[in-house]
Design a protein around this ligand. Sequence first.
Ligand SMILES: [Zn+2]
Ligand SMILES: [Zn+2]
Length: 237
Amino acid sequence: MQDAVCESLVALPNFSLFSFSKLILAMEYKQFVFNPIQENTYVVYDETGEAVIIDAGNFNERENAALADFVSGKGLTVKAVLCTHCHWDHIFGLDWVAQQYQPQIYCHAADLAWIENFGHICESYGFGERTVAYPTKFYSNGDIVSFGKSELKVLSTPGHSQGGVALYSKADNLLFSGDTLFFNSIGRADLPGGDEQQLIESIKNQLLTLPDDTAVLPGHGLQTSIGFERTNNPYLQ
Ligand SMILES: [Zn+2]
Ligand SMILES: [Zn+2]
């Protein structure tokens, strides 16, 4: 009798079975705050164990170890590094990650000059002699990056840098916004290739058109949401 009740509970409610499968397929992420510029690096993964690293900002042995411990502790396979843009604070760890995991490295081609000048920038800003891995793939607006059972859509958002992108999961209501959109703020536009008017247009056209309840995971600082920023962000009113 007990068995019969259990069976009917499992077999009948299609809706809860659907919810359950949604739940176990959800993308998960771990946020690290790395390097002297307090950059957010994200490891994004799903239940298949495949992962991508969004912005490899790990800077020293301690931060490399923190990243490696998380990846091995979860049993993840790092398939790719996705650069939201190529400013130094977002690519400090690219060389280490490339050697450790041999992933594909994606960026937007319009940010290549930042990769090419990385060594020079590090020396002139006092970060010492450092090397960087070269991207293996370029993505552009509308491209889809897949890993495991998950997908991220590339949204081109120039203005903070010319090759800036945000990475969006519609299924999981998540947006990795890089240095474009922050909690109650926006990225700086005074570096080479920056353009504040273009940045604000990118945010309004590409990001504020997403659903209000989209979680925004920025390249620095606190998590926010599209709805909160649409209403409160002083740069976007
Ligand atoms: Zn930046
Ligand atoms: Zn940054």
